[in-house]
Design a protein around this ligand. Structure first.
Ligand SMILES: Nc1ncnc2c1ncn2[C@@H]1O[C@H](COP(=O)(O)OP(=O)(O)O)[C@@H](O)[C@H]1O
Ligand SMILES: [Mg+2]
Length: 340
């Protein structure tokens, strides 16, 4: 869907040229960008923040025109589809192997496109290692359980290590690990406003870099650092919500996989938290916006992945280890229940 999406241009729509100029100045370059815009936010960015009733009406009209053009050209789905059509559409989604067969079967094939997969866990639990391994596996062609595309890696914690990806690729027997590194587009983020701008323009970057996988490591670290104190919580959550919803729409319209990592916080009195009292941060906003929620725990030398929430996976868990080659299966183990 995404490749032909670039062929529909804003100029092909019945929109006044001065509005097209304004949209482009606001970073809305394609009909796709416009179709997934939220009208009142469009007024803020494209009409200079002077929100009048007329502007909002115009913005709604623009978004509706963009959506109609995409539906008419078969690039976007109409408002109502039958369940049968939706099942057919799900056959188009792609799954990216994690390089670890048990983790893949736990995920029913791998990390999915058209969805946001959240990976939460304490420091050192393997969140970034999963991302690095996916950087290598996503590059594999579709018939080898990859996504056959490039990767966008958004690093908010300043922990991205290209040499680690090189090592994983080398240990997987890839002859030219440099080739893989050239297909990973990394963006280091300095503050939440920077993250917002990058996500706002991500549709364009996905097309420009031909990305099939977008990772944000981590989605919440900067928000937690910048919005301290109870008084700022509502604003933090609202801003996080906007980012997550944009990611969710991008995942769907571009048929790409989105992986976000999340931190955990201690909730000793919360019965729904794990045995160690840890649960993912970000509250309901994270819970509602993400499609699959995976919690990682350290367990001696291995790691446990728990499927905490999913529209179609059972509550389940599996074990993997982190080696020089990235994620690996572990030998059969006996769960004594004492390790974590
Ligand atoms: N080259 C490597 N070989 C084997 N294990 C590694 C290697 N690099 C990192 N690890 C493992 O990964 C852990 C760090 O995981 P990481 O994903 O970076 O944590 P986080 O969840 O904080 O992002 C380390 O504690 C170590 O166990
Ligand atoms: Mg990390």
């Amino acid at each position: 869907m995404s490749q032909s999406a670039t062929k529909v241009r804003l100029e092909d729509l019945d929109i006044k040229p001065f509005l097209i100029t304004k949209l482009k100045m606001a970073g809305i370059e394609s009909v796709f960008d416009l179709a997934i815009s939220i009208p009142h936010q469009l007024v803020d960015v494209a009409c200079g923040g002077t929100l009048t009733e007329t502007d909002e009406h115009v913005a709604l009209e623009l978004v509706t025109k963009a959506k109609k053009a995409l539906v008419d050209s078969g690039l976007l789905f109409k408002d109502f589809s039958t369940a049968q059509e939706i099942l057919e559409r799900r056959k188009n989604l792609l799954k990216c192997s994690t390089g670890c067969s048990k983790l893949d079967s736990f995920l029913k094939g791998g990390i999915e496109t058209q969805a946001i997969t959240e990976i939460a866990g304490e420091f050192g639990s393997g969140k970034s290692q999963i991302c690095y391994t996916l950087c290598v596996t996503a590059n594999n062609p579709l018939d080898r359980n990859g996504l056959g595309g490039n990767v966008i890696f958004i690093d908010t914690e300043n922990t991205f290590r290209a040499e680690r990806i090189f090592q994983i690729a080398e240990h997987k027997g890839i002859r030219e690990p440099d080739e893989i590194l050239r297909k990973i587009y990394v963006c280091k983020i300095f503050n939440t406003s920077h993250l917002e701008v990058i996500i706002q323009n991500l549709g364009k970057s996905i097309e420009e870099y031909k990305a099939k996988l977008v990772m944000v490591d981590s989605i919440i670290a900067l928000h937690r650092a910048e919005f301290t104190g109870r008084g700022t919580l509502a604003e933090r959550q609202q801003r996080l919500n906007i980012i997550l919803h944009k990611l969710s729409r991008l995942a769907e319209v571009h048929n790409i996989a989105v992986v976000v990592t999340n931190q955990v916080q201690s909730q000793p009195d919360d019965f729904s938290a794990g045995r160690d009292g840890l649960r993912a941060t970000g509250g309901n906003v994270m819970g509602h916006a993400t499609t699959y929620r995976i919690l990682l725990r350290k367990a001696g030398k291995t790691r446990i992945a728990i499927m905490v929430d999913s529209p179609y996976h059972m509550y389940d868990q599996t074990r993997f280890s982190i080696t020089e080659a990235g994620l690996q299966d572990v030998e059969e183990y006996k769960d004594t229940g004492k390790e974590w």
